[in-house]
Design a binder for this molecule. Structure first.
Ligand code: HEC
Ligand SMILES: [Cu+2]
Length: 507
């Protein structure tokens, strides 16, 4: 690319100007030279009272704004990369705004001038920035706040629109930064404030793409392939399984009104937010500033979006916060609790009044029919067994499936040709040891094998690792069908039931 002398001079001048500006401002002395220097505020804005924003970790919300005039609000938000619990026995290196997931809650008033400082802790490994959806301006502040470890960036914006906004990191790869926990909420209250309530809480949903499966112990790291496929092992509220459960549950008393500022950090998964046993009296959908809905059961919250819900609690008990896409709740962690204390009101909710046995005629008809189904299945299996053509085909099919298991797992030791490696791995091709005892073969795969073993007259004393946690019953049946019918071996098929029986045997 050709550049004219004039544009080169202009660039040089800009760099010089930037360097000059940064030397004027103390804090920017060590920051990148794209800094423009502090904005010159008009006198009426410069004259506004200055206050430091109160920032709160989840599930807390800063106190409502009482003033009815604009202010210059200084926000100091620190980025930290911290190892914390994601689930029992599971740790994760979270990237955070303020040390928590979601990041600290920010509360300002419509019309406020916000002087934003993003401080990236020196212990961070990476640069980060912030895109606040409450900002009117390119990137929502992202370009102005790109901050290296041990640096601090400053920019100013006016909160023109009231609403409940998500903020998040927008440093590449963005889904990874958000996926590691870099999101939070900023509430821009309307000029007249939000209507008063008794309790306000801060809850955000987000998913975690760990390398390990749900519950797999140890320090987990971010799995980009799972993120691209949107297959998170974890979908949680407030950054961890159980963050709002037990003694960490949010609370209220009977008769109080509760407001939840609910957001979805994502990076990808939307929420069908629902509180079991409550009805949202009011909803501000999508975090906009009109409560346009009443009596809502479930509110849909997009990734990078929010919703404000409010309800009065009339009866005591534990109310469960869920993503009503329920496998997320029961299998991935999106479960929180609101504990309400106070006197019962059995007219509104009686509790269980009667427990009696009920046997509908439907139930009987149903069980009759499933018995008949099982009977027919057995007969079909028997017919297949008796028909040599079909039986042969099923054996071939099973062996093909088994070959895939073998080529994924066993071949590394026993070799693709089943001949093993002398002195290290015994042969399966023509193995008198293996072919002599089918139960023992199943047991070898499930439990592994150690100690001396003699195959075709050659004794080996080594270790084969157990595969019971790795392979399903069907996979073991398939792989044995394959090795018992390959490289000159011949034998009957193995059935998953046979494997299951041996898996469950106790000694
Ligand atoms: C990490 C290497 C390794 C893997 C993977 C492995 N084995 Fe083995 N296997 C061995 C060793 C070593 C022995 C002998 C153990 C001993 O000396 O007691 C053995 C023994 C056996 C035996 C009994 C001895 C014989 O040759 O008949 C069978 C059957 C067997 N393995 C089948 C399998 C099958 C099927 C798989 C895949 C599901 C598999 N193995 C995966 C290393 C392995
Ligand atoms: Cu980041």
């Amino acid at each position: 690319m050709k550049r004219s002398l004039a544009s080169l001079l202009l660039t040089a001048a800009l760099v010089l100007a930037a360097v000059f500006a940064t030397t004027v401002v103390l804090r920017a002395a060590a920051s990148p030279t794209d800094a423009k220097g502090p904005v010159i505020l008009p006198p009426e804005v410069a004259a506004l009272p200055i206050e430091e924003a109160i920032l709160t970790p989840p599930p807390n919300v800063p106190p409502p704004i009482k003033r009815r005039h604009a202010a210059r609000v200084v926000v100091n938000l620190e980025v930290r990369e911290v190892v914390k619990r994601l689930a029992d026995g599971v740790d994760y290196t979270f990237w955070t705004y303020g040390g928590t997931v979601p990041g600290l809650f920010i509360r300002v008033r419509e019309g406020d001038i916000v002087e934003f400082h993003l401080n990236n802790h020196p212990s961070s490994k990476l640069p980060h920035n912030i895109d606040l959806h409450a900002v009117t301006g390119p990137g929502g502040g992202a370009a102005s706040t790109f901050t290296a470890p041990g640096h601090s960036s400053q920019f100013t914006f006016q909160a023109l629109n009231s609403g409940l906004y998500v903020y998040h990191c927008a440093t590449a790869p963005v889904p990874m930064h958000i996926g590691n926990g870099m999101y939070g909420l900023i509430l821009v209250e309307p000029k007249d404030g939000m209507p008063p309530v008794d309790k306000e809480y801060y809850v955000m949903q987000g998913e975690f793409y760990t390398t390990g499966k749900y519950g797999e112990e140890g320090l987990q790291s971010f799995d980009m392939a799972k993120a691209i496929d949107e297959r998170p092992p974890y979908i949680v509220f407030n950054g961890a399984v159980g963050a709002l459960v037990g003694d960490k549950a949010i609370t209220a008393k009977v008769g109080e009104s509760v407001r939840l500022y609910f957001g979805v950090g994502g990076p990808n998964i939307t929420s069908s937010f629902h509180v079991i046993g409550e009805i949202f009296d009011k909803v501000w959908p999508e975090g906009g500033m009109k409560y346009i809905q009443e009596n809502v059961q479930t509110t849909m919250v997009p990734a990078g979006g929010s919703s404000i819900v409010e309800f009065k609690v009339e009866v005591p008990g534990t109310f469960i916060l869920v993503d009503h896409s329920l496998t997320r709740t029961f299998n991935k962690g999106s479960l929180g609790m609101l504990k309400v204390a106070g006197p019962e009101n059995r007219v509104i909710y009686s509790g269980k009044e009667v427990d009696a046995v009920y046997l509908g005629s439907q139930a009987e008809a149903g069980s009759e029919s499933s018995k008949r189904e099982a009977e027919l299945k057995t007969r079909i299996a028997a017919e297949i067994q008796a028909n040599p053509t079909i039986a042969g085909l099923t054996k071939e099919m099973q062996a093909e499936k088994g070959k895939q298991v073998y080529m994924g797992l066993c071949f590394a030791c026993h070799q693709p040709d089943g001949k093993g490696l002398p002195g290290a791995f015994p042969p399966l091709a023509g193995s008198d040891y293996m072919l002599a005892d089918r139960d023992r073969a199943v047991r070898t795969i499930l439990k592994g094998l150690s100690g001396p073993v003699t195959v075709n007259g050659v004794t080996l004393n080594s270790v084969m690792p157990p595969q019971e946690a790795v392979l399903t019953d069907a996979q073991i049946a398939d792989v044995l069908t394959y090795v018992f019918n390959s490289w000159g071996n011949t034998g009957e098929v193995f059935k998953a039931d046979h494997v299951r029986a041996i898996r469950n045997e106790t000694h």
